[in-house]
Design a protein around this ligand. Sequence first.
Ligand SMILES: Nc1ncnc2c1ncn2[C@@H]1O[C@H](COP(=O)(O)OP(=O)(O)O)[C@@H](O)[C@H]1O
Ligand SMILES: [Mg+2]
Length: 316
Amino acid sequence: MAPIISIKNITKSYDNGFQALKGASLDIEKGEIIALLGPNGAGKTTLIGAICGLVKITSGTVTVGGFDAVTQPRDARRMIGLVPQEIALDIFETVWNSVKFSRGLFGCRPDDAYLEKVLKSLSLWDKKDEKNQALSGGMKRRVMIAKALSHNPTILFLDEPSAGVDVALRRDMWEVVRKLREDGVTVILTTHYIEEAEEMADRVAVINKGEILLVQDKDALMASFGKKHLVMELNDPLAALPAGLEAYDLSLSENGTQLTYAYDTNAERTGLTRMIAELAERGISVHDLASRENSLEEVFLTLVGDDTLAAQEAKA
Ligand SMILES: Nc1ncnc2c1ncn2[C@@H]1O[C@H](COP(=O)(O)OP(=O)(O)O)[C@@H](O)[C@H]1O
Ligand SMILES: [Mg+2]
């Protein structure tokens, strides 16, 4: 199936000459939840803006549902709902009118039945006659989502849905997003929280300094990084991996002095004891052991660098 969004080699230089995107490419499949994970300033909002036609790209192409985001912006934009990071609501307006007005802005014919469905799916129906100012923070965010869904988009962008949001509200948001996916909506969310990407996404794209560093299936990413590695320093270097140990995920360093065993920490049996016994049987002796664990956090740190994250922490 053709991707619903196709981004090819886009660059963006802002007027002051700053290059916020340096040749990003990404295909997004219909119905998936993809997380754009990256530290502050990585270019996430710029990338979203480029897809939604809010940021004029310097070069490259973006298509949305087959429409070119630059030359056919209205067709492309019609398919998209965008929830910006900041809550922006007319506080004196009711929930119902806010949503209805948003639909009108897209030039869509009124469809109260559809809007009712949207509000019900977001548990906002009983609040429809309340003024926005009377709502809790979580409910306000839901209204933002309802507004973004008011014109029947098939793609929803959530820019930092849980920045500055407390833990309970964050879980609430995640629940809402899962429900949207069940309804067939493609969801693209940006986040600088690893936990959020881990929790929500089918796929994760790691972005830093205007570049997409990695795009991978979340489960595969977690599986490969949910592994622990036992690093064994050998007394005598080996020329090759010992025969008969193919059942173990072993790798040998180039100089032959370091043997690394990758094992799944979630498995019932890690095979550690037997593997070490088998090494001993072959006369391979070990003079030091160390284990290291991988997590999405570690991958992220490796990709974006500790200093970037430290700067982010300092700012937060
Ligand atoms: N209008 C602008 N003019 C100049 N630089 C900008 C502008 N908007 C964003 N930037 C810069 O582009 C980079 C990426 O910004 P942004 O896409 O907002 O990152 P993110 O959403 O990942 O935090 C940042 O360094 C930011 O300062
Ligand atoms: Mg941003």
